[in-house]
Design a protein around this ligand. Structure first.
Ligand code: TXA
Ligand code: MG
Length: 313
């Protein structure tokens, strides 16, 4: 049985004590719900892979409450510090040199680097402080499926497989964090909730785009990640017979990512819309998505949609 914990002091205390006992707790962040486990415990981290059915070569993001806590896990360069000051807490993950022994080697999949982030969600902050250690947390969904932005999405995929979910309502950003390798030259490993334009403005240098689906720089960038059951067609301006159309702006469908063409609203709704469209389309069904502009958060939305549309491998 998976416990559903209320977002109050008792819920936080229960979640922290489950984490301390090596159990898995899903919790809200501003991006998506994370499936948290003690990053220092091989057993807890192994349970994460097991619960998700995730290939074990895929390293996990370590969540910490502030920069001081990050510094106990990773080495911070001058550039990383500038980015941390500008964007933490928030939807940015940095890949930094790992401090040897700070987390289970399963977390970094044996790499000399570790992905770290400081989430902004107040419940994530409270949980991380109550627990007092690094929390490894991939998105709280079975591997290859749509990321959860509500507690009931988590339960859909993982009920009975994890100890608890801390229910914090819907996630504000709705897309996973942006992953950046800051040094020696900045490389974007995954577009996400922080637009790359904001990173470039803060860095004053261009960010190279890494991680194409054929030869992933970030091992999580598998082409068919985020796949719904239904077949997906992108850049559709109208529904073909039998298709569920998800609109955007002037393109109207059964569902919409944003009537007003607002990319922030579209990002926050994306994974919910994928699930809802999948449900409406039914077995063997087809989904079409309206075109989304390739700017700001639109890049990350299109990245997720292209992965969702990719043929399964
Ligand atoms: O918004 C988010 O980032 C969410 C919430 C829960 O915080 N977490 C999340 O984690 O999306 P996950 O495990 O689904 O994504 C981890 C990504 C993968 O693409 C993985 O390959 C990459 O981070 N990654 C982790 N460690 C890495 C490393 N050392 N070098 C390169 N990529 C790394
Ligand atoms: Mg994921």
């Amino acid at each position: 049985m998976t416990e559903i914990l209320a977002p109050d002091d008792a819920g936080i205390a229960r979640a922290a004590s489950l984490l301390a006992a090596g159990e898995l707790v899903a919790f809200p962040t501003e991006t998506v719900y994370g499936l948290g486990g003690d990053a220092r415990s091989d057993l807890a981290v192994a349970r994460i892979f097991e619960a998700k059915g995730r290939p074990s070569f895929n390293p996990l993001i370590v969540h910490l409450p502030d920069l001081a806590a990050v510094e106990r896990v990773a080495e911070i360069s001058a550039r990383a510090r500038d980015l941390a000051r500008a964007f933490w807490p928030g939807p940015l993950t940095l890949v930094l040199p790992l401090r040897h022994g700070a987390v289970s080697p399963l977390v970094s999949a044996g790499l000399p680097t570790v992905a770290v982030r400081v989430p902004a969600h107040p419940l994530a902050q409270r949980l991380l402080r109550a627990f007092g250690g690094p929390v490894a947390a991939p998105s709280a969904n079975p591997s290859g499926r749509v990321s959860p932005t509500r507690a009931d999405h988590v339960l859909d995929g993982l009920s009975g497989r994890i100890a608890a979910v801390l229910d914090g309502g819907p996630c504000a950003v709705g897309l996973e964090s942006t992953i950046l390798l800051p040094d020696p030259d900045p490389v974007l490993l995954r577009p996400g909730g922080l637009p790359v334009e904001a990173l470039e403005a803060a860095l004053g240098v261009p960010v190279a785009i890494g991680g194409d689906a054929g030869k992933p720089m970030s091992p999580g960038q598998l082409a068919s990640h985020y796949a719904p059951d239904a077949a997906l067609r992108l850049n559709a301006t109208e529904a073909q017979p039998g298709e569920v159309l998800v609109g955007f702006g002037p393109v109207r469908g059964q569902l919409t990512l944003s009537e007003t063409g607002d990319l922030v609203q579209a990002a926050a709704r994306l994974f919910h819309a994928l699930r809802e469209a999948d449900r409406l389309a039914g077995p063997g069904g087809r989904i079409a998505f309206a075109p989304i502009p390739e700017t700001g958060l639109g890049r990350a939305i299109n990245d997720r949609l292209r992965r969702a549309a990719a043929p399964r491998g």
